[in-house]
Design a protein. Sequence first.
Length: 268
Amino acid sequence: MKNDNLFSGKVAWITGASSGIGESLVLEFARRGATVIASSNDSAGIDRVKAACGDNSSKVHCVPFDLSDTSGITEIVEKQLNISGRIDFLLNIGGISQRARIDETPLWLDRKIFEINYFGTIALTKAVLPYMVKQQSGHILATSSISGRFGFPLRSAYSASKQALHGFFETLYLENKKFNIRSSVIIPGRVRTAISIHALNSEGKEHGKLDEGQAKGILPEKAAEIIIRGIVRNKREILVGKNELFLLHIRRYFPWLFFRIADKISST
């Protein structure tokens, strides 16, 4: 198919690949003929995802690393480039959420969330970017959130780290479009993943439960389809979700109404 031609024979690096949206994207890229570098801090998880690719599993290479510690990321990228020869798509999907009030969140926890969501993402991006410049092509995506476009209760560090990505990746686009490098920000609303289960509370421990609103979200497979479609259409912002995405427009055009709604919502 025409859309598959964009991915067939290409190399895609996907973080957060052991579950949720990342897992579904690994399956989709492999099915469409791409070689996939699947990364996560969950080695067993990405091995499971590779096996789930079935006949396409030989196209998936598992490269575990932790976004909170990117000290060796340059060497990891160089090693993968020696194997694959190029990277055509970099999808920064991995991240961590939060469920804690500002006055309950110690500064070390703010730093930890930023280390994973912001610095982990831009470290891998900075390591891959020179090679895309050299090959004069590539597409780099980062994962934000609807709460990366506005503040939201219990998400102070998470919201701030995601908002920071918008500034970075808009600049990335402006600086590198002359090299035929595309840049997109994925903006999910409610997607039925384990992100709320693994979200950090005020003690840095897992929240441990699926939020009610998130349980009603779209499936990760649907999210992956929307993202693939956004890549094909070269959209700089890829909105993923259902009715909750209207909050983006309400915040922009009717801020007074947004704050009234947000004050009543305890989870996204």
